[in-house]
Write a protein that binds this ligand. Structure first.
Ligand SMILES: [Zn+2]
Length: 228
């Protein structure tokens, strides 16, 4: 889940493309007086690019730092790799990184099978976030509450430690190249996008191999697993 996650490492080509989209969205939103408003959920099925752009736009507008959130004032150590932070250049094959190695084995296996095939298309399977500790997830949620002003609004973007599929090791957030490849080919590996507003977030749905991926939830608040 979301805007506060570790910096998305994209290749330069993709970063530039998304950057341009973000600028367009920011400009058009400002002209329309829509700044600060979210897209209605009903547009989610077609809002893949705007969702990305909006996320990046928020980051640019807010000046949010990339990478792990800063530790609270007066607290010592920042959250690190042991809590699930993913170093730049990490792929699904880097088992030594806890954020990768602590993923559910069937999910990781499916990701690696997909990665081998995606490599033939010249696509790297870089991971932005995988398994995360409860402490890491708690900090992400607290930061989101501070940013969005309420737990209800924050819940559209960030799960709590008890509800997060990342804490359970059941979800990955892929860099843009891999996410795009998976959106077209993931079902054959049981890898499905779950939320319309998170085109980077994938989970294993084994039945998708034969039945296709299930319908997406518009955002996490529509997911029964997210009820706290
Ligand atoms: Zn996610």
């Amino acid at each position: 889940v979301i805007y506060t996650e570790p910096a998305r490492r994209t290749n330069h080509r993709t970063r530039i493309r998304w950057g341009r989209v973000a600028v367009l969205v920011v400009v058009s939103a400002a002209l329309g007086g829509l700044l600060g408003h979210e897209l209605p959920a009903s547009t989610s099925s077609t809002a893949t690019a705007p969702a990305h752009a909006r996320r990046h736009a928020h980051r640019h507008l807010a000046g949010a730092p990339e990478g792990l959130p800063a530790p609270p004032a007066g607290q010592g150590a920042a959250l690190g790799e042991a809590d699930g932070a993913i170093p730049d250049g990490t792929t699904v094959f880097d088992s030594g990184v806890p954020g990768i190695g602590r993923l559910d084995p069937p999910l990781l296996g499916a990701l690696r099978r997909a990665a081998v095939d995606a490599a033939r298309d010249g696509v790297d399977f870089d991971v932005d976030s995988g398994w995360r500790s409860a402490a890491y997830q708690e900090q992400l949620f607290r930061d989101a509450v501070a940013k969005y002003g309420s737990e209800a609004e924050a819940s559209r973007w960030v799960a709590t430690p008890t509800t997060s599929a990342h804490v359970a090791g059941d979800a990955v957030d892929m860099a843009s190249g891999a996410a795009g490849w998976l959106s077209a080919h993931g079902a054959a590996y049981g890898l499905c996008q779950i939320y319309g507003n998170e085109p980077w977030h994938f989970e294993l749905r084994p039945e998708a191999v034969t039945q296709g991926c299930p319908a997406m939830y518009a955002d996490p608040t529509h997911d029964p697993r997210m009820q706290r």
